[in-house]
Design a protein around this ligand. Structure first.
Ligand code: AMP
Length: 281
């Protein structure tokens, strides 16, 4: 696996590969890799000749300084995992390399960023769009994979690519879960062994809500059942539970009026923010 810390060296390498007709697939990450990240690489294997992965903890997308400071950073372990998984190129730039000057550019995704993550993490999607734009300009991938785990992020990036004519095929990868249902996340490793079993409550709430909605209960009653269910759990602080249209993530009042519906949840356990979602249909 080739490892690059500098933009120009990576660009020169990929330009030569592109000239040989190679198809470039890209998986951007913030590191502290787990099986969920590796599944994104597997999706690219049959589709791309060269798989590029980036590991960069993007300060611009953190609205909480302690979350940024505590974000796990294990680059050497990540490098080994990527190499074993058959990644061809790792890009792991410094903050100075990616942000040589502080950026004043702002992007507004309208209603899409007024709900859920956008509502509770102001500026988050601006930071995501900024770094993804930079990375897409550097890597110029033919294909890029992002996880359904961050569904709203996927929709923001889709809009970014449409609006700015990024010539890249986006793939949305399913969520990889632990055996007990917890969605894999780099932040899970910050949960203590004692608190870790409690983290399944988010997935339980989603599956509980799905059963109730499919058995005909109203959106309103399911909303309040989930609020009550989470309030009854030890140490869980629910931030939002949203029954949303999967196209624009606007809240849904009646599931029968929508073609695709997602159930999305976010909350805190032990001071750590966890998110999850499932498709209703
Ligand atoms: P992150 O390192 O958290 O920025 O995540 C990098 C990519 O991995 C994003 O596209 C995430 O949506 C995706 N991802 C994170 N967790 C999972 C998971 N459990 N299953 C599948 N993809 C995931």
């Amino acid at each position: 696996m080739q490892v690059f810390e500098r933009i120009e060296a990576l660009k020169a390498y990929l330009k030569a590969e592109r000239q040989k007709g190679k198809i470039i697939g890209f998986v951007p990450t913030m590191g502290a890799l787990h099986a969920g990240h590796l599944s994104l690489l597997n999706i690219l294997k049959p589709k791309a000749d060269i798989i590029v992965s980036s590991v960069f903890v993007n300060p611009a997308q953190f609205n909480d300084a302690s979350d940024l400071a505590n974000y796990p950073r294990v680059l050497e372990k990540d490098r080994q995992m990527l190499e074993q998984q058959g990644c061809d190129v790792l890009f792991c730039p410094s903050e100075q390399e990616m942000y040589p000057q502080s950026s004043r550019l702002t992007m507004d995704f309208g209603q899409l960023e007024r709900v859920m993550e956008g509502q509770y993490r102001p500026g988050h999607f601006n930071g995501v769009a900024l770094v993804v734009s930079k990375l897409f300009h550097i890597v110029e991938p033919d294909l890029a994979v992002f996880g359904q785990k961050d569904l709203q992020q996927f929709l923001v990036i889709q809009q970014l690519c449409r609006d700015l004519f990024f010539n890249v095929e986006l793939i949305c990868a399913p969520i990889v879960r632990e055996a007990d249902g917890l969605a894999m996340s780099s932040r899970n490793r910050r949960l203590s062994a004692e608190k870790r079993p409690l983290a399944t409550v988010f997935y339980k709430a989603l599956t509980f809500a799905k059963e109730q909605l499919l058995s005909g209960q109203s959106v309103e009653s399911v909303q309040s059942n989930i609020q009550n269910f989470c309030a009854a759990q030890q140490e869980i602080e629910l931030e939002y539970f949203q029954i949303a249209d999967s196209e624009d993530l606007n809240p849904v009042a009646d599931i029968r009026e929508h073609e695709q519906v997602s159930l999305c949840i976010a909350g805190y356990l032990d001071g750590i923010r966890l998110i999850d979602n499932i498709f209703l249909f």
